[in-house]
Design a protein around this ligand. Sequence first.
Ligand code: FMN
Length: 333
Amino acid sequence: MVKIDNIELPDFPLLLAPMEDVSDPPFRALCKEQGADVVYTEFISSEGLIRDAAKSVMKLDIYEKERPVGIQIFGANMESMLQTIDIVEKSNPDIIDINFGCPVKKVVSKGAGAGILKDVCLMEQLTAEMVKRTNLPVTVKTRLGWDHDSIKIVEVAERLQDVGCKAISIHGRTRAQMYKGNADWKPIAEVKNNPRMHIPVFGNGDVNTPERALEMRDSYGLDGAMIGRASIGNPWFFKQVKHFFETGEHLAPISMVERVEAARRHLQMSIDWKGEKLGVFETRRHYTNYFKGIQDFKEYRMKMVTSDESKDVFDTFDEVLDKFADYQFEQQF
Ligand SMILES: Cc1cc2nc3c(=O)[nH]c(=O)nc-3n(C[C@H](O)[C@H](O)[C@H](O)COP(=O)(O)O)c2cc1C
């Protein structure tokens, strides 16, 4: 069993990664239903929360059914981050996660996200003070280092653990790499193999097949896998991995009935959460992936992504089921 503080998780838990504009409550709920053991919100700006910016505040919403859920925040200013803790606590998450890994310029230039990898002392102090401020478990998500020449993740992880961080998720790339090249899991395994480490060490980056997840578990010995892009348009990825772990075989392709059902529920939850207009608009980006690679599907995809009324989108789902219910999808892995 793996534990984040008092939160008990199964062996080798699968975590849904925080992803901006993707990991919202409806998507998290779908991933949870399909086997994600922990889900994280997209990152939320501490400065935005303090200013009460509506977009940031809305990101604090969580459904009971998605627990355990971590709210991820980013920032570099101590006072703002501490005030943010007080705001975040009101949403009653199970975990507060600090983003020390975002590589984008507008975040890094303010010393936040991966920017803090240049100042490990501040990273340690921020974590220490945030841990003191809350009774909730504080976890950290970070990268291997700022660039290839400054990788000291073994030392960084130990220092964070020593100030009370309860789990660490490490993306196997440096900030300089952004998303280029392959994620390197070796330094993450070195963190795990440090005999002083006792908190869970989760690996992240390029877990895109059940085989890769198995490799992370058996060859690298990590405590769990955090999964991002492989779940976009495929919330079933979690159950596909778990099925493979249990049977050594791949799950049969996800049927059209399951895909339509997921798309329907995704749209309905989005409308319930954000309202008709935004719900219809923002769920559009998911359909392409839900219905990837289907022949003669263009007409339906176009209707899904251009209709302004949910009723028309739901009608299109019905039409798809009428026409394609028995569509034979290719084996995905
Ligand atoms: C669309 C998108 C949005 C992301 N937003 C965040 C974020 O808000 N916070 C964060 O820590 N990482 C964010 N990430 C990084 C992912 O959490 C993850 O570390 C990265 O995608 C590597 O994992 P993967 O190969 O499984 O996708 C984002 C990634 C993507 C693709």
